[in-house]
Design a protein. Structure first.
Length: 319
């Protein structure tokens, strides 16, 4: 008998009665648990992207403070996002083994502490090390948040709860930039980063206190063979690799050029075209969906409209 083989010794009538009497444990909209989950994940997303992008408005200040070039100062942001991408490869499988909430709470606390420590650094290399650790820590939230929602929230309201979570990401990225810039003007960059760090630490504590424990989590093995099998399953899917490519292209569209006009818009236009093509290609493999050439042009037109609006806003800011 194999290790996974079991012998059913319970009568069929008792099994059916147990299945029928077992309550539905998914969290539904309007319940106190749903409010706690959405508030906790919203605050986690807010803190995550506030910590990630808080250094962006103070790059010129850091360049002057540590005597580095403007291009070198941007590494403090780039290294965080790069380590975030690397950490996603490890924190996802780690959460599959030890639990969702534990990984997210630990990630937020570690990122907040590293951000606080960065305010005490007196060398540029110390700042870069702390920023790298911040990005690596935050991968524990980015990789696990949506997984927790898909496991615990009722399927009928998963999309709604994920929308709230993503809105927290967006608001966090915006508020982190805004608050850091304002506090830097009045109190200096160290105080500004300390304020953001304390806010993130408070969010981590609230997240730990109000987020319900996972009820549908089933631990898996961290053995390399199991991890390779799971990775292979992702790439065998017909649609997932195309979604990975689309995410890459969408992030490519966010890149900003500040010199010549055609260089400024060439890559975003190319990214918009490739994203539209990828989206229609994915629909070719989706049941009940069709792919049409006109949809590609419609998607590209939307991307072009967004680029023109962005250029118009940029021109207004420079006036």
């Amino acid at each position: 008998m194999s290790r996974t083989t079991t012998v059913d010794t319970v009568p069929a009538s008792e099994v059916s009665d147990n299945v029928i009497s077992q309550p539905n444990q998914f969290i539904k909209r309007g319940t106190p648990q749903f409010i706690r989950v959405t508030l906790a994940l919203f605050s986690a997303g807010l803190a995550t992207f506030a910590l990630l992008y808080c250094v962006q408005p103070i790059l010129p200040v850091l360049s002057s403070e540590f005597g580095v070039t403007p291009a070198s100062s941007s590494v403090s942001l780039s290294i965080s996002t790069a380590m975030l991408a690397v950490g996603l490869l490890f924190t996802g499988p780690l959460s599959d083994a030890i639990g969702r909430k534990q990984v997210m709470v630990t990630a937020l606390v570690l990122a907040s502490c590293c951000s606080l420590l960065s305010t005490m650094m007196s060398s540029w290399h110390g700042i870069l090390i702390m920023r790298a650790l911040i990005g690596l820590s935050l991968s524990g939230v980015a990789a696990v948040g949506m997984t927790y929602l898909s496991e615990e929230i009722h399927p009928s309201v998963v999309a709604f709860s994920m929308g709230l979570y993503i809105s927290g990401n967006s608001i966090g990225g915006m508020s982190g930039r805004l608050l850091t810039g304002v506090f830097t003007d009045f109190f200096g960059w160290r105080v500004a980063l300390a304020v953001i760090s304390c806010f993130a630490l408070a969010s981590a504590i609230m997240f730990w206190r109000i987020l319900p424990e996972s009820r549908h989590f089933r631990p898996s093995s961290l053995r390399p063979k199991t991890l390779l099998i799971n990775l292979h399953l992702h790439w065998r899917d017909r649609g997932l690799p195309l979604l990975f490519l689309e995410g890459f292209l969408l992030m490519l569209c966010l890149r900003v050029y500040t010199r010549h006009f055609f260089v400024h818009i060439s890559w975003p236009i190319l990214g918009g075209l490739l994203t539209a093509l990828t989206d229609e290609t994915i629909q070719m493999f989706s049941d009940g969906r069709s792919s049409q050439l006109t949809d590609v042009w419609l998607d590209l037109s939307g991307a072009m409209a967004g680029i023109l609006v962005g250029l118009f806003c940029l021109a207004l800011c420079r006036m």
